[in-house]
Design a protein around this ligand. Structure first.
Ligand SMILES: [Zn+2]
Length: 260
């Protein structure tokens, strides 16, 4: 089973990262994708990848880690991003986490500028992207369309309507299924996921965020992925083994990887 979205690099894991990863491996997790957050944080991902062969990494500028800056500083950030993209293209498998977040006090035009830059780099380097959304489906879909982005990727922590999910799937995206579906009150997202084909879904924890139902207030960990699998298996009336097998296959084929 694969955790397609986690932030194991964050300070929340500095004291016990190895234990957390070992318990994830013991729980049957064979790969984890650690998302990029900023240029300066990418170095830590390279180091972690060198330490653990099960880790996949991505290069990205996450809206949470952006500060609106003037033209020349923004250009310097883009230049550095391009240098990293070029230099480490055999190391990372995707671009992201990138996106639009309507809950942040950060100018939406600025967020859009940074997103469009990353879409162009992803197209140039031919790698899928991992998208972050929050109160932003309409804008996100319009940015993808107006930029003619067709490189595919994952919509991380999808919550939304069936129609929105199908729009992303039509554009070549897989839908990231996380802890949200473990909450009975998440009716809309649970109904959406139930109707989507299993061959368009990938699993994720978003550790240390997005706690599983019953574990609110605690740090989330990749080993908790089993709860997402249980809920998905129930929702779709599929055996857990089938859920694991198909979502693993979806992840590997998106990124052109083979099972190791
Ligand atoms: Zn994330």
């Amino acid at each position: 089973m694969i955790d397609s979205h986690c932030h194991i690099d964050l300070e929340a894991f500095d004291l016990d990262r190895d234990e957390v990863l070992q318990s994830a491996f013991k729980a049957g997790i064979t790969r984890l994708l650690v998302l990029g957050l900023s240029n300066s944080r990418f170095n830590k991902l390279l180091k972690l990848k060198a330490q653990y062969q099960q880790l996949d990494i991505a290069l990205g500028l996450h809206p949470y880690f952006l500060v609106e800056q003037g033209h020349s500083r923004t250009q310097a950030m883009f230049d550095q991003f391009l240098r990293l993209a070029e230099q480490y293209q055999t190391q990372y498998i995707a671009f992201g986490e990138m996106g639009l977040d309507g809950s942040l006090p950060l100018n939406m035009d600025y967020q859009r500028q940074v997103l469009e830059f990353q879409l162009s780099v992803a197209t140039q380097f031919r790698k899928p992207i991992v998208l972050h959304h929050r109160q932003s489906h309409n804008q996100l879909i319009s940015v993808l369309k107006s930029n003619n982005f067709d490189g595919g990727g994952i919509i991380h922590a999808f919550s939304g309507s069936y129609h929105e999910a199908l729009t992303y799937i039509d554009m070549g995206f897989l839908i990231g299924v996380g802890g949200t579906i473990t909450y009975p009150r998440a009716i809309k997202t649970r109904n959406t996921i139930q109707k989507l084909p299993l061959d368009k879904l990938v699993l994720e924890t978003d550790s240390p965020d997005m706690p599983i139902n019953g574990y609110q207030g605690q740090r989330n960990e990749p080993s908790q992925l089993k709860h997402v699998i249980n809920s998905l298996s129930e929702l779709k009336s599929e055996l857990k083994d089938e859920v694991i097998k198909q979502t693993t296959k979806n992840y590997l084929s998106l990124f052109g990887l083979s099972e190791n």
